[in-house]
Design a binder for this molecule. Sequence first.
Ligand code: ADP
Ligand code: MG
Length: 864
Amino acid sequence: MAQLSPMMAQYFEIKKKHKDEIVFFRLGDFYEMFYDDAILASKELELTLTGRDCGQEERAPMCGVPFHSYESYVAKLIAKGYKVAICEQMEDPATAKGLVKRDIIRVITPGTVIESSMLQDDKNNYIGSVYLKNGCIGVCFADVSTGSAHTTELAGEKLSNQLIAELCRYNPSELLFNTALLDFKDVTAYIKQHMTCSVELMEDECYAPDEVERLLTEQFGADWSKATGLSRDGNAHAALSALLGYLHRTQKKGVERLKLVHSYAEAQYMQLSPVTRANLELTETMRGREKRGTLLWVLDKTQTAMGKRLLRSWLEQPLVSSVAINRRLNCVQALYSENIQRAELSEALSHVFDMERLMTRTVYGSATPKEIYALASTCTQLPLIRELASGCSCPELEELAQRIDPLEDIRDRIFAALEEETPATLKDGGVIKQGYNAEVDELRDIVHGGKGYLSQLEARMKEETGIRTLKVGYNRVFGYYLEVSKSFTDQVPENFIRKQTLANAERYITEELKQLEGKILGASERLLALERQLFEDLLQDLSAQILRVQNTASALAQLDVFTALAQVAVNNNYVRPVVDDGDELIITEGRHPVIEQMPKGSLFVPNNTLLDCGENNMLIITGPNMAGKSTYMRQNALITLMAQIGSFVPAQECRVGVADAIFTRVGASDDLAAGQSTFMVEMTEVAEILQYATKRSLVILDEIGRGTSTFDGMSIARAVVEHIAGQIGCKTLFATHYHELTELESAMDCVKNYNIAVKKRGDDITFLRRIVRGPADDSYGIQVAKLAGLPDSVTKRAKEVLRALEASAPKKQQVEQLDFGVVEEMSSPALPSEILDKLRDTDLNTLTGIEGLQFLCEIKNALQ
Ligand code: ADP
Ligand code: MG
């Protein structure tokens, strides 16, 4: 076998250490990929696959991307779950002797990207680390792009469910875990089926106590336990340290950015199962997985990227402490009532740059001059924002205002160093401001004024020597020279050094000219290098201030969210909920926050709710399809959730006793793709609710028992209701089409029947959307089918079938109807069946006087 070319040997040396990653190998102006990487990348990125001589008989498969636009290609690969190792030239190829040195400078993975082009502004990008040992899971989620981490510990009966709940809360794009977790099959299956998350199995050495101690000390100091709030017992600190180790291995640089560690207790937040998150459409719709049509879409009037991310995370983790919730509500209320302050704050915040992520790029050294300039512009807004926030006479806002550091020194430092119209990249210079550095100014003079110096020199030489024809010229071999025609060579002074003889002229250089030449030719290169150096110094200075910037950024993010929530409350006519530790949910004129914002939403009919842990513990809601049962139930869940993130709510009045969890079981979330039948999914979800709901939970059951035969379904539904009402006692809304279940009201004290009123006239029904006490009297299936546009012939036939069915399975309640049928047949000449139907199907209670008369007229007409 032939020898590999030296460069290919170098490539293989590097690739050996990065088998799992696609290696982007820098070759001049391109990043090239070879062999399998090339074949894969050419497919994924639609690049042309070529070949390169590699010293062997067969050419190496190769494809490449231009280095200046590599980000978009990397972004695509990352989005597809690949990792990319960037291999750079470590020395200037122009001056390198022999093979250029190359090395991996960074491995980009889904959880570690910091480039804004690869991240979504309004979303945190989490990398998770979980460590299972002795029945306890240490959990850590970090957002490398903002430098913050959240840790907790899980211990309990159902570890895997708890872990899945945490994974759903943070939705990491990358996850590290230890081998013990492989035994949690339901967790690994969940990740595979439901998450877009690349998974990394960590060696056990990563969790060795010495290694953990070393990494944490290096990151947070010897007193790391105090700095992070993590104890040396437990597993959370080991999860965090494994994550740090992984970052060191992949990032090489910038890991120190991860500074803020929040340890939280699971119990600090409302429990929301993955299914409930999806059902309530908090951040994405069930159908299109879009933001439009979600609660986030309604609430997100934030101005900054930091605010957007914070609002999303608040939505994903509502609070359960009424004290903490009311503190948030106080802020929203203050801004709600101060219209002018709110508008001005909103305007000022709209000029605030994403400081959090910028600081990360600053620490990594990849921030651009334009971005740094934008940071300074942001700083100019800070005093005003501070003043506006503290002008709202709200203690909580005042506290936030105090946390905003005006960062004047940072602003001044940047403004002093950077040109106002500073370019987006360093490559063409023009970054450093005039007057900031004497050498930069001088070099610029030379670069721009070089020609001027030469003509000055020429003029001076002419005068000194008296040689009229003396002129300055340039060629590639000798550089700058003084040319003197043959006739004047005898007047040439001694300090001229002859360089070249032409037919009718001589060319000379002088010491002065040589110096000038050196200056001019070297100046632009030196200028670029110096500007880069000065900019890097600036980044380093800023990096040292990271904690101050980060604290300010976090205060700004909160202020932004409060301002947005206040604005939404004003726009949409929300009210401040009374949030306490009681057990009631009382809503007057509540609305569905999302549906009322939809195009037809102005017609939304508000409804009241009364739920508690006593007589109104379980509401059984009946009514025809499409009446609005599901909407009503979700609206109650959403109002509760909004209150618990600290938002005002769509109602006229509202009292929320804090719920520790919301559970939903909503029909039609088929999981067929996962190979489970609808009924199986349904029952698994119900089982989970029965297992985890407490007295303080809010439970929504929408049509359970549908996935099986009627009697089975009804029996299960009934048993579930009895269990919840009898054993758990959580506030429950239960929509069902089994009318038989409405009997429960008389059997159990805590059950109340409600239905959604419809107005009936003959075969026609109108949805009134009003929830009223009592059971619905019919299921109106055929009328709804008619409303949906089923042809008359079909609905008519359906009625016949229905009647026949009812006749063959007579029940107590239907006996009279059966009698009716017989009467109808015998006396059919007297009254046509359509008229009988019409009479039977009309609820006189819902008709107005005029409608009543009209109805009579219609009957009369039909008889004639
Ligand atoms: P159900 O669950 O009873 O079949 P849905 O809750 O799905 O009915 O509601 C059916 C339709 O009625 C939805 O498209 C919704 O937009 C509309 N709707 C529901 N409640 C209201 C209301 N209170 N005001 C106006 N429209 C409503
Ligand atoms: Mg429904």
